[in-house]
Design a protein. Structure first.
Length: 186
């Protein structure tokens, strides 16, 4: 039986490599679970990751398209962003939805908590379903050059299946909502 509370890693030392307002990178000297010495890099995120899947009464959703600098390619995603730790994640999710799409919602459901890439970072996030949508004016940040696409939810689901949506928050949200639809919970 595995003891899930026992940490098999030993940290010998740590050195901050990089720091900015959003992330911190630290390199650790470690002894791994097999007893060998090595290094481990960790990216510490200073905000929650947030994703929102808006779903209207006709079962359409809204995707946000933008060029992602880190990938060097265009990406279609659910509305998403970050929220400060001192603010309730749902409040930040509402802000992100409005900023990126101009939408507000009267009904919110938390779909799941989420670790985005736990092998190299501690980024933690929440994914929400937004219903009861009302269209307003989008308020994108200066770093965002966004396109908004309204499409049937099933088309967004097929984009995930076909590998056209690869963003982890988007994939998880779309698959979770598809399961909810199949279980007649939506």
């Amino acid at each position: 039986m595995v003891d899930e509370t026992k940490n098999p890693w030993t940290t010998l030392s740590g050195k901050e490599i990089y720091d900015n307002p959003w992330i911190n990178v630290t390199e650790y000297q470690v002894i791994n679970p097999s007893g060998g010495k090595g290094i481990y890099g960790k990216v510490h995120f200073k905000n929650f990751a947030l994703g929102v899947l808006p779903l209207d009464d006709e079962m359409n959703t809204y995707l946000v398209g933008q060029y992602r600098y880190t990938l060097n390619q265009y990406s279609w995603e659910i509305p998403e962003g970050g929220g400060p730790f001192g603010i309730e994640p749902l409040e930040s999710a509402k802000r992100e939805l409005l900023e990126e799409t101009g939408l507000t919602a009267s009904e919110w459901t938390e779909l799941m908590p989420f670790h985005l890439s736990n092998s190299v970072c501690n980024e933690f996030g929440y994914i929400y379903l937004a219903r009861g949508l009302k269209q307003g004016e989008a308020e994108p940040e200066e770093t965002e050059d966004l396109q908004i696409k309204r499409l049937p939810f099933e088309e967004a689901y097929q984009m995930v299946i076909d590998g056209k949506i690869t963003d982890s928050l988007s994939v998880a949200a779309i698959l979770r909502v598809k399961i909810m639809i199949l279980e007649n919970k939506i």
